[in-house]
Write a protein that binds this ligand. Structure first.
Ligand SMILES: Cc1cc2nc3c(=O)[nH]c(=O)nc-3n(C[C@H](O)[C@H](O)[C@H](O)COP(=O)(O)OP(=O)(O)OC[C@H]3O[C@@H](n4cnc5c(N)ncnc54)[C@H](O)[C@@H]3O)c2cc1C
Length: 406
């Protein structure tokens, strides 16, 4: 390794999530001496949390549609994801002994489903490559000479730095978003951090909240701004969250930001036509309560009956046609996003016009950024980790290109 051009260079990677560890691996493979500094007592806490419900590493759809998932950041991320593509990520996981499979939705998971076996194998590989990892090392900024400062007083002056500090959700796992103040003070252009793949606040009645908080909503179709998603959601004490809501969350969030609140439309019986529903609801039984009619004729679950009452007042319309229409077109008023700390990911962060093609900050030469702290967002489905890994690789290549020029 010692005859490699970068052999005497030392690079600091700050943040030991998937982006930082991938940057460290890429640098170490090129012969650079790398130290990863991590504020928490252990590495990859959010990555391990991501594995709790099945670690969705990436997605198997064609690259063109894959890239479209990044919306406004598509063209900024495209070169990095083309350079470290979903198939490269799958091959990398296989190289760590983690076989993968593609689910019916196209989502790609390790066979083990959890993140821990992959992380264990990865850390062993990083150790074999000579990567040093120092935990309980919280980076606090720069001193006057440009050295990196850490809580407790230590300062280091590496040849280059990669910041991979994560977004601003689930602070207890390490990503606090505190870096926004440090980078803004150095003139780095940032977009405000906002919740992405998040839940929303709804003013439930006390009766509905007490009865249904924690109840899953299955087989309901949710619509907003001409996008329909059929999937699962969960009623929370303060509102609604879950996969189908996350899929609509960027547009819902932006509409609330623009208009102060927004309407989420629900089809509570997407599997039945309105005509068929009307026919079934028109069959009346003597003395039957509205709840029984909705259960029997409408085929609604108790939580869906509750939602209908929330939307239409305690008594939904009794005429069969109007009732069928109400079931097919219920609506909820969303007042705000749920707190950012509970979001799966964050939008906003370091703007792409604040970095060069090697993800180096124009305002702070020698400092590169990677992962969720960059200004992009994507739905769940493996797109989040793919972009974190790919930008980790890209930031490392940016550092290597600079070191080679020196
Ligand atoms: C519940 C949940 C489930 C998820 N499931 C999936 C999934 O299945 N698929 C998917 O693609 N994505 C998933 N995600 C999102 C994914 O985990 C994140 O996008 C990804 O972990 C971000 O990687 P990162 O390296 O940019 O940041 P992080 O993983 O947040 O890592 C940043 C690291 O920087 C450290 N740090 C921060 N500040 C400092 C400092 N000042 N000094 C030193 N260290 C610091 C933090 O402690 C942390 O370890 C999930 C997220 C959550 C919350």
């Amino acid at each position: 390794m010692s005859d490699l051009p970068h052999a005497r260079s030392h690079v600091a990677v700050i943040g030991a999530g998937p982006a930082g560890l991938m940057a460290a691996e890429t640098l170490a493979r090129a012969g650079v001496s790398v130290t990863v500094y991590e504020a928490m007592a252990s590495v990859g806490r959010k990555f391990l949390m991501a594995g709790r419900g099945g670690l969705n590493l990436t997605h198997a759809e064609p690259l063109v549609s894959f890239l479209d998932r990044y919306g406004a950041a598509r063209d900024d991320l495209a070169p990095h994801i083309q350079a470290f593509s979903p198939s490269a990520l799958i091959a990398w996981a296989h190289g760590l002994g983690q076989e993968t499979f593609t689910g019916s939705s196209g989502r790609v998971f390790p066979v083990a489903m959890k993140a821990s076996p992959l992380l264990r194998a990865w850390l062993a590989r990083l150790a074999a490559l000579g990567v040093r990892i120092e935990t309980r090392r919280r980076w606090t900024g720069w001193d006057e000479g440009g050295g990196l400062t850490f809580q407790g007083g230590a300062t280091i002056t590496p040849h280059a730095t990669i910041l991979a500090l994560g977004g601003g959700s689930w602070a207890k796992l390490g990503a606090t978003g505190a870096w926004t103040t440090l980078l803004a003070a150095r003139g780095v252009e940032l977009s405000p951090l906002q919740p992405s793949n998040c839940g929303f606040l709804v003013s439930w009645s006390d009766v509905f909240r007490d009865r249904f908080a924690g109840t899953p909503l299955k087989a309901v179709r949710f619509s907003h701004a001409n996008v329909d998603i059929q999937g699962e959601a969960v009623i929370t004490r303060d509102g609604i969250e879950g996969g189908a809501i996350y899929a609509l969350s960027a547009a819902l969030r932006d509409a609330i930001r623009r208009d102060g609140e927004t309407t989420l439309h629900l089809d509570l019986r997407p599997d039945v036509t309105e005509t068929r529903l009307r026919e079934r609801l028109a069959v009346l039984r003597d003395g039957e309560t509205m709840s029984n009619r909705l259960r029997r004729g409408g085929g609604l679950s108790p939580v869906c009956i509750g939602l209908l009452r929330e939307a239409h007042g305690v008594s939904p319309p009794s005429e069969a046609g109007a009732l069928a229409a109400a079931i097919k077109r219920t609506s909820l008023t969303l007042r705000a996003t749920a707190p950012i700390d509970r979001a799966i990911s964050t939008a906003g962060g370091v703007r792409f016009d604040a970095v060069d093609e090697g993800l180096q900050l124009h305002a702070i030469p020698g400092v590169h950024v990677a992962g969720e702290m960059l200004d992009w967002e994507a739905p769940t489905g493996g797109y989040l980790l793919q972009a974190c890994f790919a930008t980790g690789v890209a930031a490392a290549h940016g550092v290597l290109a600079n070191l080679a020029r020196r």
